[in-house]
Design a protein around this ligand. Structure first.
Ligand SMILES: Cc1cc2nc3c(=O)[nH]c(=O)nc-3n(C[C@H](O)[C@H](O)[C@H](O)COP(=O)(O)OP(=O)(O)OC[C@H]3O[C@@H](n4cnc5c(N)ncnc54)[C@H](O)[C@@H]3O)c2cc1C
Ligand code: SF4
Length: 349
């Protein structure tokens, strides 16, 4: 049994001070962290419970446009906030495609951003894992790699980031607000995550004690509201992580594309912004041909990390499909998934 201190923080300053020592971890809803602790994968010496911090559970629509989402807002509450879903339908669609209703009701915004990889070797203490134990090796290499990375991986780690929520957020230039020992700062979400390189244990740019207090989407993100989709391919209809996912948002000027935003999930250790694809589409006609060219650009650097070459073609096709659906217009309701027993949830109807 691992012993740990439990601290329930009453203020942001108290939380940051309590978590500043190495080995401390913030506890939000615990839907990922507690599983890792029960499996002896995470062994924090101190848990700093942030669930009672005042003011971090608000969704604020900012006067100049844009939205500020407190770190403790529950995934379901954000997805079902009408104003939010109307302005950012692909983000709502991504949230509703994640986990299960019970988990979404509990999981927090910050916890979702910082959830750990689902690499099965990471979850198995008997396997060598550089992320868990730096320098130990990586048993995924040469192992079961169907769901591992095809972009941005290294010889030291081929894991993927599991979050759906992060994918459209990265494409829409989301920013995280952080409070730490040195005070407040902001980091673009895209820059929060590190690629594995030779230190897969260093997953983000956060320092000990850094607390995410909010997530912000800029006013410009809402210009894509009418043409925005998130598509997720998974092994079963519900309660499964993405094999590959794609977020696509378009600003259309007649039949031409004024601006495009594209990101992929399930392909790398971070949500993968496909900037080369966005450049291909800027000023292009909204057509199957330009969508295919964009998809080729997005995957130009992709290479299998094992038995997963199929993910490259899957991602290519998913981008074309997401762009085609985005160009056709954002639906008012989330379309029911194939074989799903459930009818579509309202996105912003
Ligand atoms: C069975 C199952 C299926 C799932 N399926 C999906 C899926 O399909 N798609 C998907 O996206 N997710 C899925 N999830 C993951 C789920 O979304 C995450 O577990 C959840 O979002 C984590 O949020 P939490 O509040 O419980 O975080 P916690 O577990 O409490 O924390 C997660 C991490 O974030 C850190 N943390 C939390 N809050 C802060 C903060 N404010 N500042 C700094 N650090 C912080 C913690 O220290 C910890 O390291 C699934 C989970 C399970 C168990
Ligand atoms: S892929 Fe990464 S997380 Fe998985 S075993 Fe290798 S080092 Fe660990």
């Amino acid at each position: 049994m691992n012993r740990f201190d439990y601290v329930r923080a009453g203020s942001v300053a108290e939380a940051v001070a309590a978590a500043a020592e190495p080995g401390a971890a913030y506890l939000a809803a615990g839907t990922n962290l507690l599983d890792l602790m029960k499996g002896n994968i995470a062994r924090p010496g101190r848990l700093v419970d942030v669930t009672h911090l005042p003011g971090l559970d608000r969704i604020e629509h900012l006067p100049g446009g844009g939205v500020r989402i407190g770190a403790l807002v529950r995934n379901s509450d954000l997805a079902y906030d009408r104003g939010f879903a109307k302005a950012h339908p692909a983000v709502a669609e991504a949230l509703l495609s994640g986990a299960s209703a019970q988990l979404r009701n509990a999981a927090t915004v910050a916890g979702n951003l910082l959830q750990r990889t689902r690499c099965p070797y990471f979850y198995d203490p008997a396997s060598a894992c550089n992320k868990r134990d730096p320098g130990a090796g990586c048993d995924a290499r040469g192992g079961e790699t169907r769901l591992h990375a095809v972009l941005g991986w290294s010889e030291h780690c081929i894991a993927t980031h599991p979050s759906d929520f992060c994918v459209p957020l990265v494409s829409l230039d989301a920013v995280v607000e952080i409070e730490g020992k040195g005070g407040a700062r902001e980091v673009p979400l895209d820059a929060l995550y590190r690629l594995p390189e030779d230190r897969p244990d260093r997953e983000t740019v956060l320092e000990p004690g850094d607390l995410i207090v909010a997530l912000r989407l800029p006013a410009e993100a809402a210009v894509f509201a009418g043409h925005s989709r998130y598509l997720k391919v998974r092994d079963r209809t519900s309660y499964a992580f993405a094999v590959v996912s794609a977020a696509a948002s378009l600003r259309l000027d007649g039949g031409r594309i004024g601006e495009a935003r594209i990101a992929l999930g399930g392909v790398a250790l971070k949500p993968w912004r496909a900037r080369a694809a966005e450049t291909v589409l800027a000023g292009a006609e909204a057509s199957e041909r330009s969508f295919a060219e964009a998809a080729d650009a997005a995957l130009a650097e992709a290479r299998p990390s094992g038995d997963n070459a199929f993910k490259i073609e899957l991602a290519r096709r998913l981008i074309v499909r997401a762009l085609t659906l985005a160009a056709a217009g954002t639906p008012e309701r989330l379309p029911a998934l194939p074989a799903s027993a459930f009818s579509g949830d309202a996105l912003h109807a």
